[in-house]
Each structure stands twice: as structure tokens, then as C-alpha cells.
Design a protein around this ligand. Structure first.
Ligand code: DQQ
Length: 534
């Protein structure tokens, strides 16, 4: 297996070659899941962007079709950037996307429909000349920062509504547009929401979540039993944040709850490498599914040599946490169909400095679920209130520096003698009148190679410690470790490129590097099969 293929994934979505970025217009329609995505047909760096298109019956195995949308008109001659699909009753699916009209990056919103709506795969798309572009930036709108239309939603007042991401100087903006016929769109009097100092809002996503339970709702549902979510992707740092809040349809306003920050320090779907995400309502299983793009963490030269760059994260079901202060996420259940041989570890005690191998699993291609327990929090280290940034704290403490309660967790993609490893772990601190749990996925020691981005990704975990347990799930797939803490409360995706811990030279361990003994309860690890991605 060549060096370029060594880090290809087995069950994450990626095409055979070339560059990919944002997931676009995901939907379920007539028995098929559709995934479109930003794709460079000519190379493994960003450019020449088209909408590539794949279909699936199960969100795991995919069949590639011809490109759905590619530059072919004056309004999208310089690129077909991100957008969404909306299933319009009586009409079928409609794609709204951003067309680049000139070499100054002027952005307009465009409309495309299936050429043959009875084609079950919706292979060919047309862009009617008489109506395109459907929205251009009016005066006052920054025309080179005006993109990524959302899925539209229908309101009882007879209008469709959709958002377009933008900025004014450093203020992030989501403009609201309304239409009676989906063709003629008018900008609402004010944006649905904006926030100073956040910079450009790319790929906004706006949807309701039920106050109770896991069942999801179509994008237009409003009422007393829902909260709304507004997510934006911040291009300055390449991370996203979301707020929960209230949507006031009559006022065309969204007001975030004050339970989390509306800005840089806000809640994230993922505290690692996860960007330009987009969700969709799956009516076949009444769930909302979140797709996100995970960029490479190696160099441009590496990407050119590999001939490919970018993967999609595993699609995640997303719903409101019972606390109503954050969302929960979990890999789609269909992924379990790839689980093969299972190995278990029960009641494995880990004293300070212990690490124990989980044997018999294909360590570079595995799904691991484990619960870690402790008997006391007495030894928790003191939390310094100035530690507001989880990633900085993880970088400072890492997995090697001994602690009180933790660091404990998994060592993924580890070489036998631990020259390389990507630890996914928890570390518990004692603050004034509560405990603070840090979850890290630390790429610092992931590879002996240099010229890689090896961040100490981390987030705080709002978990109930009275059970004295923290569950963790990690999806390990050659160059990605995608982890879900405490049932999907805090999630972290890392891209890593081991040189030694590859193939059967890769190992999986559990470890504890704190003075409080840890017990690994019912660990299950599955060797994962390869998804059929054509
Ligand atoms: N990627 C697209 C844009 C979007 C950005 C271009 C986010 O539409 O704003 O490839 O990654």
C-alpha cells in the first residue's frame, strides 16, 4: 500500500481522488439519500469548484453520479459554491447555491431543478435562464461576502424563507429572504440575526429541535414545543459555533438564549476539524442528520503527492440535550452495519501510569465504545478560572503530564512503543463549587513526521459526575479519530498521519495517567469493514 493510500479512510466518505470541501444540499428523496459536495475535478487543492453528487440507500455505502452543478452560465462561470436543497411540495427538490460571476468573486444566489423529476437518482440538473440568478446583492450588501443559501422553510403567511451568510466589516450577518413562489425573493427589513466581531458567516444553518425527545422536525416547524438552532461557520478560524434560541416568525427575528456565548467562545458541534456543516431532516426516520467536512492537517505538498484531500465526517444524528442548553450528536445507526469482529474488556483497573492494549481488533479501522469510572473526585486538580480556552489547557497539560483524576482514556493509532499515538481522554478539575471536565483529542504525538498540523483539540464537557462514569466512543479510520464524549455532548474530530502506527503496526490502548485509579467498564471494540464508496 502506497504512502498516498496509507491514510485514506475506509468508512468515511471520500472520493477516489482530488480535493473536496463542504457538504452541500444533503437530502432524502424518494428512497435515496443525496450528498452533493464541493469538489475540484482537476486536482487536490481547492479550485474549479463544482457540486459532485453521490447517492446512497443507507448513508454508509455510496455511488457517485456525474457532477450535478458545474460552471456553465454567466452567473456561475467562476464557480458553483455551497448551498442547500429544499423539497418543495408539488415541485420536488430545488437546489439553491452560490454562483461566482467574475474574477472579483462576486456572489449571487442561483436556482437549479432536476431535468427529469421522475429520475429516481436526480442525475441531471438544469438552471433556468429566465429566473437566474434569483438573488443578487442589493446596495448595502457586500457582494463578495454573500453566499451559502440555507434550506428554505415554508411559513403559514404564504412565504418561503431562507438565509444567506454575509458580513459587514467584522460583523457576521445572516440575511433573510422571502418568496411566495420560490423564484422571486425579497430581502426582509433586517437580518434574522447578526453579531459583531465574528467575521463572515459562512454556511449558516437554521432549524428547529424538539424540546423533548430525539425525534426531529422539518425545517419549517415552529411553536411552543421547539427551540431553534442557528449555526455559522467562521472563516477567520475555520471553526463553527451555534446558539439555541427562539425564532419569532412574525418579526423575522431569531434571539439566542443566554445560556451560551453568541460568538467565538460559543458552543460547537465539534471542537476539532469540522467545518461548513449542514443538517437535513430525514423524513424516513424522523431524525435530523448533520454532515461536516474534515479538512486535511498535512501540507499542501502532501495533498498534491497524495492526490486527494478532504473527507466528510460520519453523518451524525442531532437532537436537543434534556438540559436544553446544548445539542447531542451520535453517529448514524447505519454505521453499525460495518461492525465486524468484536472484542471486549471488562472491569479493567488502571492505576497511575498504566496502559493496557485492547487486542484482537483492527486498530487503524475500528469503532470503540468504553465507559471509564472512578471512585472519588478527591484527587481532582484545582481549576484555575483563567483557563477559559479548552484547547490551550489541553496543549498545556496534554496526556503525559500526570494529574489527579485523569488524564484517562484511549490511546488510538499508537505504535507498539508509543513513539506515536493520538490520545482521546478526560481530565477532571475541581473549581469553586463544581467540577470541570476537559475532553481532549491531542494530535501532538500523532506522528513522528514534521510539517503536519498537530493541534491539541479540546472542549469542556458538561456532564453529570454523580454517576462517577464517563462514556466515550471513538471512530478510528486511518487518518481520522472522531470521538463522542458522554453520549455526544462534546465531540472532537482529529486528522492525523502516523508513519509507524499504520496497518497492523497500529495499536489501541486504554490508559490512565492520574493518581486516582480508573476502571474501564464494558469496553467494546469492533473491527470495522470497508464502506462501498464508488
Ligand atoms: N466553501 C465554499 C463557500 C463557503 C466555503 C466554497 C466554506 O461557499 O463559504 O468552496 O468552506
Amino acid at each position: 500500500i502506497s504512502v498516498s493510500d496509507q491514510h485514506r479512510t475506509a468508512y468515511h466518505f471520500q472520493p477516489p481522488r482530488n480535493w473536496i470541501n463542504d457538504p452541500n444540499g444533503p437530502m432524502y428523496y424518494n428512497g435515496y439519500y443525496h450528498l452533493f459536495y464541493q469538489y475540484n475535478p482537476n486536482g487536490s487543492v481547492w479550485g474549479n469548484i463544482v457540486w459532485a453528487h453521490s447517492v446512497s440507500k443507507d448513508l454508509v455505502n455510496w455511488k457517485a453520479l456525474e457532477h450535478a452543478i458545474y460552471p456553465s452560465k454567466p452567473f456561475d462561470k467562476f464557480g458553483c459554491w455551497s448551498g442547500s436543497t429544499t423539497v418543495v411540495p408539488g415541485k420536488g427538490p430545488v437546489i439553491l447555491y452560490t454562483g461566482i460571476t467574475d474574477d472579483k468573486n462576486t456572489q449571487v444566489q442561483c436556482y437549479a431543478v432536476p431535468e427529469d423529476p421522475s429520475d429516481p437518482l436526480l442525475v441531471k440538473w438544469v438552471k433556468p435562464d429566465d429566473i437566474n440568478p434569483i438573488v443578487i446583492a442589493d446596495k448595502g450588501v457586500n457582494g463578495s461576502a454573500f453566499r451559502d443559501p440555507t434550506t428554505a422553510w415554508w411559513s403559514k403567511d404564504g412565504h418561503w424563507r431562507m438565509l444567506v451568510g454575509s458580513r459587514k466589516k467584522h460583523k457576521g450577518i445572516a440575511y433573510l429572504y422571502k418568496s411566495k413562489d420560490f423564484i422571486k425573493w425579497v430581502k426582509a427589513k433586517h437580518p434574522i440575526h447578526s453579531k459583531s466581531s465574528t467575521g463572515m458567516w459562512e454556511c449558516p444553518d437554521f432549524f428547529p429541535v424538539a424540546l423533548e425527545g430525539k425525534e426531529a422536525l422539518d425545517t419549517g416547524v415552529i411553536g411552543n414545543n421547539v427551540k431553534h438552532v442557528l449555526k455559522n461557520s467562521l472563516d477567520m478560524t475555520r471553526f463553527e459555533y451555534y446558539t439555541l434560541g427562539t425564532y419569532f416568525p412574525n418579526m423575522d427575528k431569531y434571539v439566542p438564549d443566554n445560556t451560551s456565548e453568541d460568538g467565538w467562545g460559543g458552543l460547537r458541534y465539534d471542537y476539532g476539524n469540522f467545518y461548513a456543516s449542514k443538517s437535513f431532516f430525514d423524513p424516513s426516520k424522523n431524525r435530523r442528520i448533520l454532515w461536516g467536512w474534515a479538512n486535511e492537517s498535512d501540507s499542501k505538498e502532501d495533498d498534491v503527492n497524495k492526490g486527494w484531500a478532504g473527507i466528510q465526517a460520519i453523518p451524525r444524528t442531532i437532537w436537543l440535550d434534556p438540559s436544553k442548553r446544548q445539542l447531542l450528536q451520535w453517529p448514524i445507526e447505519e454505521l453499525n452495519s460495518l461492525r465486524g469482529k468484536e472484542v471486549k474488556m471488562n472491569n479493567q483497573k488502571l492505576n497511575k501510569g498504566d496502559y493496557v492494549e485492547v487486542k484482537g481488533v483492527t486498530a487503524p479501522q475500528a469503532d470503540v465504545e468504553a465507559t471509564f469510572s472512578f471512585s472519588s473526585l478527591d484527587k481532582a486538580e484545582a481549576f484555575d478560572p483563567s483557563w477559559v480556552n479548552a484547547q490551550d489547557l489541553c496543549a498545556q497539560k496534554g496526556s503525559k503530564l500526570q494529574g489527579g483524576v485523569g488524564p484517562f482514556g484511549l490511546l488510538t493509532l499508537a505504535s507498539q512503543d508509543l513513539e506515536e499515538f493520538t490520545p482521546v481522554f478526560f481530565r477532571i478539575f475541581k473549581a469553586a463549587n463544581k467540577h470541570v471536565v476537559l475532553m481532549c483529542s491531542d494530535a501532538t504525538s500523532s506522528s513522528i513526521k514534521s510539517n503536519l498540523y498537530k493541534p491539541s483539540f479540546a472542549g469542556f464537557l458538561d456532564v453529570d459526575l454523580t454517576t462517577s462514569k464517563i462514556p466515550l466512543r471513538s471512530l478510528i479510520d486511518h487518518s481520522v479519530v472522531e470521538s463522542f464524549g458522554a453520549g455526544g455532548k462534546t465531540n472532537i474530530l482529529s486528522r492525523v498521519y502516523p508513519a509507524l502506527a499504520v496497518g497492523d503496526q497500529a495499536h489501541l490502548f486504554v490508559f490512565n495517567n492520574g493518581t486516582e485509579p480508573i476502571t474501564v467498564e464494558n469496553l467494546q471494540a469492533w473491527s470495522m469493514g470497508k464502506a462501498d464508496i464508488k
